[in-house]
Write a protein of this length. Sequence first.
Lengths: 111, 120
Amino acid sequence: DIVMTQTPLSSPVTLGQPASISCRSSQSLVHSDGNTYLSWLQQRPGQPPRLLIYKISNRFSGVPDRFSGSGAGTDFTLKISRVEAEDVGVYYCMQATQMYTFGQGTKLQIK
Amino acid sequence: QVQLVESGGGVVQPGRSLRLSCAASGFTFSNYPMHWVRQAPGKGLEWVAVISSHGIDQHYAASVKGRFTISRDNFRNTLDLQMSSLRAEDTALYFCARDVGGGDMYFDCWGQGTLVTVSS
C-alpha cells in the first residue's frame, strides 16, 4: 500500500502570510497512463472535505487562486499565497494512482 | 445542484450489522464511480470502498474487506454500504463521495456524512 506522509501536522500562520504543506508518498504516484493522481482536500471545522487541487496542480472549480499545487513523483506541495481566516481547517493530500490513500492531515490555524 | 445525502447511521453493538445509504441527485448517477470514506472521531480520512459506475467492480480497504459490501442502484440513484461484524474501530463518520471518473481520479463531491457508533 502507498503511504502518504504530510508535514507539518500543524501549521500556525499569520493572516496574510503564506503557508506551505508537504506531502510525500512511499512510492511514485505516476500512473501507467502517465498521469499523477495526487489531489488536495480541505476540511473546515464541522464540514465534509472539499476538493481543492487535482492531478498535482489543477485548481478545482471555485477554488481561489491563492491555492496552488506542485510537485512530481513522490514529493508534492500545497501552497497558500496569503492565508485568510476562512482557510482554517485540516488539509489532506490523497493519492488515487494505486487504490486510494490519504495523508494524516495538516491542521492550519491562525496565530 | 449536485447533492449526496447519507443516512442509516446509528449506535450498534459489536458484531452486529448496519446498512448505510447515500441518495444522489442533481447529476447522472450511473455515469460516476462512487466511494465510501470514513473519519473516526478526531482522526483523519480513511478510504473504505469504491464501486464502478455500472456496479460491476468493487474494491475495499483491507480493514473492511470481507465484512463490508458496497452496492448501488442506478435506477433509484442510491449507493449503499452493508456493514457486518462491526467492531469498535469501525466507529466513524461515513461519507459518500463522487469520483469524477472518465479516466480521471479525484473526489469532486462529498456528502455531509452519517455517524456510526459501535458500542455495547
